[in-house]
Design a protein around this ligand. Sequence first.
Ligand code: GLU
Length: 474
Amino acid sequence: MRVRIAPSPTGNLHIGTARTALFNWLFARKNTGQFLIRVEDTDKERSKPEFTENIFQGLKWLGINWDEAPILQSEKIHSHRKAIQKLLDTGLAYRCFATDSELEAMRLEQAQQGRAPRHDNRHRTLSPEQIQKFKEEGRSSVIRFKIEDSETIRWDDLIRGPMHWKGSDLGGDMVIARRAPSNEIGDPLYNLVVVIDDAEMRITHVIRGEDHIANTAKQLLLYKALGIPQPEFAHTPLILNPEGKKLSKRDGVTSINDFRTMGYLPEALSNYMALLGWSVPDGMEEIFSIEDAANVFDLGKVNKAGAKFDWDKLNWLNSQVIHQYSHKELLGHLLPLWGKYGWAIESEKWGIDLTELIGPSLTLLTDGVNEAKPFFEEPSLEDDGLKQLAQEGAKDSIKVLIQQLISTPWDGINKEAAKEILNETAKKSNCKKGLLMKSLRAALLGKMQGPDLLSSWGLLARVGKDRDRLNRCV
Ligand code: GLU
């Protein structure tokens, strides 16, 4: 079994393309087949090498690897032209000399009569004299493939079951080569090109979005006309936004890069993408690696209905992945983010302890920036912190604590020792321990919400950052 994705490099890797890639990959892995990539780079103006690179990088990041060197569609144009010539030679395609203004007039008339727009196949049966006349006029032509209205196209879709499409609903004879001088074959167009490429790549199963269903009907006619065995087809449900519309750029984040920048992890995103339209077998947990999913993946378990994108679920999966990491692994992910702010850890041990402290509160990897900030930079005093320190006795308790630290050197050992120091201080200053602890939190972290106080203090003390913060409050 051989499957592929065929992205156009006209933008960064999109979540929809990535999900299609994942379903193809899961199918290939489950069936010990091959997963291939074809870069559909024939739109010369919009295709860019940096987008191709972004697509490759994004797939790799998600853990989706491919089995053969990617094919560039633009390098296959010779085969595309040959197929078009064959269709011309066998009379299954023909040159259409209609000018743009003639076509426009046709469309206008159809609109005025309230008819659906479709090509009227006006040049399908031109006489040799008429053809000669158009050529002498210097008219250019497109090449159209004949589509019989009476035809019914059928296939057994591996996700949607038996499908049929009427030839009369395909908009008339289909353009397969762009306009060009009438002795040439213009640029081959999508439906023709895909058929030739899939055949040359020996693709056995075409798994792609349901927005391609009408294309499949057209492509099946081309397979038949060219005498090429047709592959199986499976049309996956679209990814929808919370309002039930197709997820688009307007919904904010849609490229894999965006998810990455926001702090999602590849394991969580690929896990979530697998759940977008696929139901896990009974008894299987919803948290899994794509390797696990590949063992049980079945196109028959892919839903027909669109899959709503659920941020809460993705966030939950992301936090689960973060919590499954060892502190050392999580530190490995956080260090590059901290590095962007110039934050360096004093020692690996200190970094691991910090990660252990803040890890449980992270949903996104990027939350690890805000959470770690007070351990690298002196925090400003926020409203609730200021309020706390303004309480009666708060500053005095800090002053006593500073004194206590002079006589009991403390460089961040363990929580027990920290507790001891606080008990001593509370006793000496005659202040409540609660007040002292809250004031210490305000002094060290600038605000009242945050990680465990004694562990935080310990970490700050180990890098000599606690005294200054206490001193600045009094
Ligand atoms: N370039 C097309 C797309 O990105 C490929 C569709 C297909 O898989 O045939 O939608």
